[in-house]
Design a protein around this ligand. Structure first.
Ligand code: BYC
Length: 340
């Protein structure tokens, strides 16, 4: 454990001291913290923030792709896209479940999103204008998600790491379907190839910003890395992503929209041009191209789903009542049998 954290949270009681020692040992051994283990309040807070923001991103992230389900160019494409959007809903559910184990109920996390108190990934505030955008989202956005999320499978918080394992497997399928859409388009007519290139041009920069602000402007990174939540810094993962995407773009026959992209022999990495961090800040402040639309749609879907939640609660109450009646009946029969 880092010294600043110990100073920020002095362990008061003997129980807390023992808890902190246990926590420090687990982190030092690169092992896992589980929900019932003692953990520093700041660790719980940052994880609740990160995991719930991640869950919100999955749920809001359904919107740009759902937009194309009715317009997919074939039945096969439609069913693949539907499965992908459904997967994103599933990812949201695993992540809300993992976040809940930290003590904040799901309805409260959801409320934070609906009231604009919680963030979700900047990338989902961009419009999906053409069918090629489904390819670019799959290839670039899910590609960035894999790069960012594979290390999270080793996050120190057990429920989060375990949720990420399954999510990453599904993300690999998502990236391949995006790649395949772009490959078909870039090997189709000149217009189709242009459509693919245009989608890549629009999504490449925002995909690089998914990794978060540059390390020097990232308030949470240092502590999250000391706690083994994040395994690599934002810039390290961004670099890894660029290095991974350059040969893939070549194989697709498309170009990445960055005139400064160049192999640097000395560093053993690609150099890349500056990103537009003002645009990133604008999107985070709620003024991106689709922020208002995304939140309106989410609030509308939440309101329209009220009857489903009410029905689920009523069904659960009915089942509990039946189970209680059955237990009572069994006990009565038992008492009769033993003549009590
Ligand atoms: N967009 O100190 P930093 C997906 C915020 S889902 C918006 O670096 P941290 C997919 C950050 O939250 C993709 N906000 O923070 C789904 C913090 O704000 P607060 C989502 C961003 O947490 C459906 C502030 O900026 N992936 O791929 O150490 C279909 C300072 O940043 C962004 C995850 O959530 C951003 N891009 O690092 C298809 C992965 N970047 O809370 C695909 C898990 C930063 O202080 N999360 N912020 O107000 C993470 O790995 C980390 O939370 C981040 C940020 C790397 C995103």
């Amino acid at each position: 454990m880092t010294a600043p954290d110990r100073l920020a949270e002095p362990a008061a009681s003997e129980e807390e001291r023992a808890g902190q020692d246990h926590f420090d040992r687990i982190i030092a051994e690169d092992s896992r913290i589980e929900p019932r283990d003692w953990m520093p309040a700041a660790y719980r807070k940052t994880l609740t923030r990160q995991v719930s923001q991640h869950a919100h991103s999955e749920i809001i992230g359904m919107q740009p792709e759902a937009n194309w389900i009715t317009r997919a160019p074939s039945l096969k494409r439609k069913s693949i896209l539907m499965a992908k959007v459904q997967d994103e809903a599933g990812h949201g559910l695993y992540l809300y479940s993992a976040a809940e184990t930290l003590g904040t109920p799901r309805h409260e996390l959801n409320q934070q999103l609906l009231e604009g108190r919680a963030k979700y990934s900047s990338i989902f505030n961009y419009p999906a204008r053409t069918w090629a955008d489904m390819g670019a989202i799959g290839w670039l956005v899910d590609g960035a998600a894999i790069c960012n999320q594979v290390p999270l499978c080793r996050a120190s918080y057990g429920p989060y790491g375990r949720a990420m394992v399954r999510i990453c497997k599904e993300e690999s399928f998502h990236q391949r379907q995006g790649w395949e859409i772009l490959y078909e388009l870039s090997h189709g007519t000149p217009e189709q190839k242009q459509m693919a290139q245009d989608a890549v041009n629009r999504f490449y920069g925002p995909a690089l910003q998914m990794f978060g602000p540059p390390d020097g402007d990232s308030p949470h990174s240092q502590q999250s890395m000391a706690w083994n939540i994040k395994r690599f810094s934002n810039d390290e993962l961004r670099q890894r992503f660029v290095d991974m995407m350059v040969p893939q773009a070549e194989a697709l026959g498309l170009t990445l929209p960055d005139p400064d992209l160049k192999w640097n022999e000395e560093r053993g990495h690609y150099d890349y041009g500056a990103l537009d961090w003002n645009e990133f800040k604008t999107v985070l402040s709620g003024a991106g191209p689709c922020n208002v639309q995304r939140m309106q749609r989410r609030r509308q879907a939440h309101a329209e789903g009220a009857w489903v939640r009410e029905a689920a609660v009523a069904y659960a109450a009915k089942m509990a009542e039946r189970a209680a009646e059955q237990t009572e009946q069994t006990e009565r029969t038992d008492r009769q049998l033993i003549g009590a």
